[in-house]
Design a binder for this molecule. Structure first.
Ligand SMILES: *[C@@H]1O[C@H](CO)[C@@H](O)[C@H](O)[C@H]1NC(C)=O
Ligand SMILES: *[C@@H]1O[C@H](CO)[C@@H](O)[C@H](O)[C@H]1NC(C)=O
Ligand SMILES: *[C@@H]1O[C@H](CO)[C@@H](O)[C@H](O)[C@H]1NC(C)=O
Ligand SMILES: *[C@@H]1O[C@H](CO)[C@@H](O)[C@H](O)[C@H]1NC(C)=O
Length: 430
């Protein structure tokens, strides 16, 4: 009986092995091309163009800032506005396109790349797609700042304007219908962003924290590892790639998410909330441009609507949006031409500086953060008093903003607690 079963098994097995698909024989070529010569050449050209672009970009400068009121805190702000498309999305769009080409999602046959964007990723994606000769279409909110529309077009992109909550759906569906590729920056950032140490073989690691470590070592002549890395999340791609790098290589740095007032990310990161419910009814426009999660009609789904990796974040901090508007103005007055998302990073850095001082520590602490995009993109909005009066009426408009400005400026100068003072002295329900 046992033998009979064995015979049966051998017969079944050989009938599977004997399938012509897997047979090796004299009439069958042992070497066949998977990718055509023309396609392989297109891919290699495109990848080489991207690496040339990367070298050209070099390291964006670190700005050292020491708030007079907090002598034990040094803030390093990486000036991402020094890239060709003037925002931190330059390195991000580069990583996305490199990933998409490597994975064969974008080929010479791709009709166009589509993405849903609040502007800055769109400009940078337009730039990168133009570099490799693939058409690019940005699907944007119908009220996108005119400065950002101009930017996208100037880098060779086209625009499709839709209501803000429809952006992702529209980009995905149009790409499907036209044999294009939907880049989905929100879902794919975590796949595209580098979080490895390359040992600088051939090309340096493209992780932005790696770059900061290299620069701090050059600047201070000794290795300097920041105590904090503070950054906000739009897609979550940048902060997650930094967090992964820090956790993976055992750096002592704490990763801090700086979130906007009505964003769902804070609760998502802290408690895993909103993975099964939307932010409809919670989100309040205008928020902080490009930051936070809320206006998407879908819940926060990792790998689909967000790339924010919860596990590699150590702390989450929320700031009132009106305080962020005030901080944008404070930075402008100091000659730092950055937009509101940078101001939010700066506010949280100031908050960590205050906490450090309040803890009576005498040690120096180092904070690294990013200068995301330039202030002049926001002359019609966050830097426009009429607009602030309209959009932040619940928080006293310009008057409320000026109240926060006073608290922030005092904190910088004297080391006071802008956060508690602003919440108690400035108008509005927080
Ligand atoms: C950031 O870099 C840009 C471009 O090089 C420069 O114009 C700007 O002054 C820099 N910003 C700061 C605050 O240093
Ligand atoms: C989402 O999940 C949580 C915990 O699993 C549950 O308490 C809550 O009711 C769920 N919400 C919805 C809208 O399904
Ligand atoms: C902190 O940094 C300042 C310079 O910024 C230096 O003078 C001081 O010695 C440092 N303190 C400690 C405890 O390292
Ligand atoms: C300022 O904002 C108001 C209200 O949104 C708008 O009508 C006006 O054109 C803006 N001004 C500038 C200079 O952008």
């Amino acid at each position: 009986m046992k033998n009979a079963l064995l015979v049966l098994a051998v017969i079944l097995f050989s009938s599977v092995v004997g399938d012509s698909l897997t047979k090796i024989g004299v009439n069958k070529l042992a070497d066949e091309d998977v990718i055509s010569d023309a396609e392989a050449k297109w891919r290699l050209d495109a990848i080489r163009k991207l690496w040339t672009e990367r070298k050209r970009m070099g390291h964006t400068p670190l700005i050292k800032y020491q708030p007079p009121g907090f002598p034990n805190t040094i803030i390093y702000m990486k000036n991402e506005t020094a890239t060709p498309t003037r925002t931190l999305k330059h390195r991000f769009a580069w990583a996305l396109l490199l990933w998409a080409i490597t994975e064969g999602k974008v080929t010479s046959k791709t009709s166009a790349v589509y993405d849903s964007t609040s502007g800055n990723t769109g400009s940078a994606e337009a730039y990168m797609c133009t570099l490799v000769n693939v058409p690019y279409i940005a699907v944007v909110a119908d009220n996108l700042e005119p400065e950002k529309v101009k930017q996208i077009e100037s880098f060779g992109g086209k625009l499709k304007k839709v209501p803000v909550s429809q952006r992702n759906k529209e980009a995905r569906e149009t790409a499907e219908k036209t044999h294009g590729f939907y880049m989905n920056q929100f879902g794919n950032a975590e796949k595209a962003e580098e979080f490895h140490e390359s040992g600088n073989f051939l090309y340096e690691s493209t992780n932005v924290f790696h770059e900061i470590l290299v620069q701090l070592k050059q600047l201070n002549k000794i290795p300097t590892v920041p105590d904090y890395f503070i950054h906000n999340a739009g897609t979550g791609g940048t902060i997650s790639s930094v967090g992964r790098y820090i956790v993976r290589y055992g750096a002592p740095t704490r990763v801090v998410l700086s979130d906007s007032q009505y964003s769902l990310f804070y609760d998502y990161v802290l408690k895993g909330k909103f993975t099964n419910q939307t932010g409809a009814g919670i989100w309040k426009a205008p928020g902080v441009a490009g930051i936070g999660y809320g206006y998407d009609v879908k819940p926060v789904i990792y790998g689909e609507t967000t790339s924010l990796t919860r596990n590699v974040i150590h702390e989450a901090v929320k700031m009132p949006d009106i305080a962020t508007v005030a901080a944008t103005r404070v930075l402008q007055e100091k000659g730092y031409n950055f937009g509101p998302s940078t101001a939010l990073n700066f506010l949280v850095a100031l908050f960590k500086a205050y906490q450090h001082k309040a803890s009576k520590s005498t040690e120096n602490q180092t904070i690294a953060t990013l200068g995301n995009d330039p202030g002049d993109y926001y002359t019609t909005t966050y830097l426009n008093n009429t607009w602030v009066d309209q959009k932040f009426a619940d928080f006293g408009g310009v008057q409320g903003m000026n109240c926060w400005k006073t608290q922030i400026q005092n904190s910088i100068d004297t080391g006071s607690d802008f956060y508690t003072k602003g919440l108690t002295l400035c108008p509005g329900e927080y």
